[in-house]
Design a protein around this ligand. Sequence first.
Ligand code: ZN
Length: 297
Amino acid sequence: MRQHKVHRIGEVTIQKVLEQSLQNVPKSFVYPTAKPEEFEGIAARLAAVDLEDNQDDLVQSVHTWVVRTPRHLVLIDTGSGNHKQRPLNPLFHEQNIPFLERLRDEAGVDPADVDYVFNTHLHVDHSGWNTVIDNNRWVPTFPNARYVFPRREAEYYGSPASHNEVNVPSRGVFEDSVLPVIEAGLVDFIEPDGGHYLDIFRFIPTCGHSIGHMSIQLTWGNETAIFGGDVLHHPIQVLRPHLNTVFCEFPGDAAASRERILRQLADDHALYCATHFAGSSAGYVARTDHGYTWSYA
Ligand SMILES: [Zn+2]
């Protein structure tokens, strides 16, 4: 059992629980538009956990953030889930990972005790554990929780408009991981402008990676954390903010949102809680003469 460090924002604790670590992820696959010279000198500015030994392939993570406030137990993003049929996306196809056991053993989370599940967006690797299979039916994993996500995401992925080539790997996600929680009456939708939720959270529109993608800001006194979903996939994008991933559906908006979040992270000295960075997955962005730099907390 590998228990991850607990971060604190005021009286709130934040802990990562791993679903899976992704090894040997080719840079050229994730960043198909990048020219080789854009990666020059970059290995020296990254942490050892971010790259394989060959210094070329990336290390990534898929995980959930467990957030405990004095009143509520909140999960942010829910990995890719077990037993989901993803034949076009072999990485996430028919998984069998002891994630719920890890939630219990590492973070003391019983599914029945979860009060809120926040999804930054509804891609395959962020909404999977919203549901589990029970007698051939997909049912909410966290039956007593309110599930909270952007309305635009649900409308888009529930419509034929999203059934395009970019989304082929995510086919079926809405049907098995989103619709069941909507039909169970457990969803609070966040409108396109974002806004406050509970006292201490704020949903910030960071569209582009997906149509209604939002980052989630947590504020306690003068301390701030931001859960950025896929606005940043890897610390490479802190150093090269213009680089979109192959998974960014609306590239122009994705790059603009990334720049905006980086500026805010640096200005506010906010703790950034990433969804795919390796290692502790949390840290700080600071300004340099030529852009930004990343350090793990
Ligand atoms: Zn993702």
